[in-house]
Design a protein around this ligand. Structure first.
Ligand SMILES: C[S@@+](CC[C@H](N)C(=O)[O-])C[C@H]1O[C@@H](n2cnc3c(N)ncnc32)[C@H](O)[C@@H]1O
Length: 284
């Protein structure tokens, strides 16, 4: 998932500019909704990713939420997979601060698998009793203040039932740091198709990571930028344990691969302690 290191971000434009114009997560979707699916192809969530997610989520997961659901790249195949269990309806709440991203989600969800919620995950009250919450593809690191990151994790924790699971995937902090022997780096990633490439200018200042991108596609160019806070899994662990969750494993990406220094993303699973509610057929 090399693209995760080159993930585009907020405040789009048609000309370049310097590092002073930093991009907040509220503007991300307006810039990226139109070409997000090209940079993060939906096909990247395949059978291996779904199998791993199904393995770490509680058995009979029916009620879940995704924080920063975006265009539904993960939500739509996961909700579809759960529904195929024929174990009753699936409630999948997709939270995002971007109406543009939720619009893309809606246009790819004719069956209404995901219920969109336009909200900021640093200040959201989720339904309670959820089996699982996901916050993947670096969404948490788009929140550039630790207090906001902790608030998002706390909201997820408060929504989980006992035995419920939180999955957080962030940029892999070690890989981001290794990518920057100097503060300024640039690279370009070619994509399959007709003259498609993502060129990126990166600037790392302590934990502050600013990226400017140019997406080239068949003779067109779109400029976009984003900012992130380089966030380690140790920090996510601290947010999660403060919110009453217990760490339940680390890996890379969304297919359970071992975490290595070069892994572009790092993933942690947390569990809310306590006995799960009884299965319906066990109720007396
Ligand atoms: C990199 S995309 C990931 C989308 C999706 N989870 C995926 O895996 O493709 C991050 C998404 O999180 C949303 N987002 C970022 N910060 C947010 C916040 N504070 N509240 C709600 N949504 C946020 C963005 O609008 C964007 O749609």
């Amino acid at each position: 998932m090399t693209a995760a290191l080159t993930r585009p971000g907020p405040s789009a434009g048609t000309s370049g500019s310097g590092h002073d114009g930093r991009a907040g997560y509220r503007e991300y979707g307006d810039q990226f909704a139109a070409f997000y699916d090209a940079v993060f192809p939906r096909e990247a969530i395949g059978t291996d990713e779904l199998a791993w997610l199904r393995q770490v989520l509680p058995g009979r997961t029916r009620r879940l939420a995704e924080l920063g659901v975006g265009t539904g790249r993960v939500a739509l195949p996961l909700a579809g997979s759960l529904l195929r269990d024929e174990d009753g309806p699936v409630e999948y709440l997709g939270v995002d601060v971007s109406a543009a991203m939720l619009g893309e989600l809606g246009s790819h969800d004719p069956r209404g698998l995901v219920s969109p919620l336009l909200a900021d995950i640093t200040d959201v009250t989720l339904p309670t009793g959820l089996d699982a919450v996901l916050c993947v593809c670096g969404t948490l690191s788009m929140i550039t203040e630790p207090r906001g990151q902790a608030a998002a994790v706390a909201a997820a924790a408060a929504a989980l039932r006992p035995g419920g699971v939180l999955v957080v995937e962030t940029h892999h902090a070690d890989a981001v740091l290794a990518l920057h022997p100097t503060a300024d780096r640039s690279w370009a990633v070619a994509y399959p198709g007709d003259r498609r490439m993502l060129a990126t200018f990166s600037h790392l200042d302590g934990r502050r990571w600013d990226l400017e991108h140019c997406w080239l596609d068949a003779g067109t160019a779109t400029f976009a930028r984003e900012s992130s806070r380089v966030t380690s899994l140790d920090e996510v662990d601290a947010y999660a344990t403060a919110a009453g969750l217990v760490p339940a494993g680390r890996s890379a990406g969304l297919r359970g691969a071992p975490l290595t220094p070069a892994s572009p993303t790092a993933t942690a699973v947390y569990r809310r302690p306590g006995p799960p509610p009884p299965e319906p057929d066990q109720e007396g």
